[in-house]
Design a protein around this ligand. Structure first.
Ligand SMILES: Cc1ncc(COP(=O)(O)O)c(C=O)c1O
Length: 379
């Protein structure tokens, strides 16, 4: 039905009406005093969301751009880096490191299996000459619905002493507790179309003192992506280049909404939606790619050889968009996003439409068992 599209994918995520209205305002001059006030408010609220006193920089890029900036501003050609790879995005960060001529070592796990912190600890402990300059970790690996144990991995990085920890928090920021200062994370990148509840187009990056020290000796050429420029502009409630003014109107509103909900409630909601989705899949006899103790709170990957038929029916009959599998998992899984502006009702609606879809595809399960299991997990 026209205008009835329901996004249940892990980004772009649904956008609240209040934010849509903010996006539709007339642009104002980005060097005006009025816009400066908006930047100041956004920057303060970004620090709140990131649980940090560090600088949080806003760039007109997608999440990948924020990650690339996070690497080329703090490292130099030939530096040795460890990259955790257990899905599409970890693999992408390894590719970026290789393109930029970093000595890249992949620490791998199968898609659906969390990275093994012990493997990373062993590598770091063996590096007595302190050659490893960074460990790059995808916190929530969206392609497989896996949450990597960043807290433990980061402890090993801290014990090493030299290496920076560079984190892809693209689908964990705003969906899972990520206390950047408490854990001492150096570089944390994210993107607007995920937990921020606004459309694509902005990337965010928080930078620790230790990372700024590394910036001083980093030798990669950069201009637009030179984070020093963004830091300088931030200090004056400004931006080095023309910012995405209307997206920032939306961001201002979204951050205010998030503050009203409160961080703990936001994390609890994402946890609840995850539990409900997983309980429903199990009740319907469907397999889950990620184990219970390493489940992303942004997206659940559900196994089915009919994944594409399920997605097609959900989209055509019920106007619900689900994500498919990527690379070798195409046709083997479908993914339900529960990230950002998603409520209990959205999950119950999705699960009941999934039941109707499975019935149409002649799946055998106890009627309403998915909805019942989801509802029970939502109390
Ligand atoms: C974990 C993760 N990292 C990085 C990205 C890339 O972000 P973008 O498409 O905004 O460049 C995504 C996008 O889905 C993601 O889920």
């Amino acid at each position: 039905m026209e205008d009835k599209h329901m996004l249940m994918i892990p980004g772009p995520t649904p956008v609240p009406e209040k934010v849509l209205i903010s996006l539709g305002k007339h642009p104002i001059g980005h060097r005006s005093g009025d816009f400066s006030k908006i930047i100041a408010e956004i920057n303060q609220n970004l620090k709140w969301l990131h649980q940090t006193r560090n600088e949080v920089l806003s760039l007109n890029v997608s999440g990948t751009g924020a990650m690339e900036a996070g690497m080329i501003n703090f490292l130099s050609p030939g530096d040795r880096v460890l990259v955790g790879v257990n899905g599409k995005f970890g693999d992408r960060w390894a590719q970026i490191c290789e393109v930029f001529g970093l000595q890249t070592e992949r620490i791998t796990s199968d898609w659906g299996t969390p990275l093994d912190p012990e493997e990373i600890r062993t590598k770091l402990e063996a590096d007595t000459n302190k050659e490893i300059k960074a460990v790059v970790i995808t916190h929530s690996e969206t392609s497989a619905g896996v949450l990597n144990d960043l807290e433990t991995i980061n402890r090993h990085v801290k014990a090493h002493g030299e290496a920076l920890i560079i984190v892809d928090a693209v689908t964990s920021l705003g969906a899972y507790n990520l206390p950047i200062d408490d854990w001492g994370l150096d570089v944390v990148a994210s993107g607007s179309q995920k937990g921020y509840m606004i459309p694509p187009g902005m990337g965010f990056i928080s930078v620790s003192e230790k990372a700024w020290q590394a910036y001083e000796t980093s030798k990669f050429p950069r201009f637009y992506m030179d984070l020093g420029k963004y830091k300088k502009a931030n200090a004056k409630d400004s931006s080095p280049f023309t910012p995405p003014i209307n997206l920032m109107f939306g961001l201002q509103t979204a951050l205010q909404m998030m503050q009203r909900e409160g961080l703990e409630n936001i994390f609890a909601r994402h946890g609840r939606l995850t539990q409900a989705t997983r309980a429903a899949a199990k009740a319907l006899g469907l397999g889950l790619l990620a184990p219970d103790n390493a489940a992303s709170t942004a997206v659940t990957a559900i196994q089915s050889d009919d994944a594409e038929a399920i997605r097609a029916t959900m989209r055509q009959k019920y106007d619900i968009a689900l994500a498919g599998g990527q690379d070798h998992l195409k046709g083997k899984i479908f993914r339900i996003g529960h990230l950002g502006f998603v409520s209990d009702r959205d999950i119950l609606m999705t699960i009941s439409c999934l039941e109707a879809t499975l019935t149409e595809l002649n799946y055998d399960f106890e009627s309403k068992s998915g909805v019942k299991a989801a509802a029970a997990a939502l109390v």
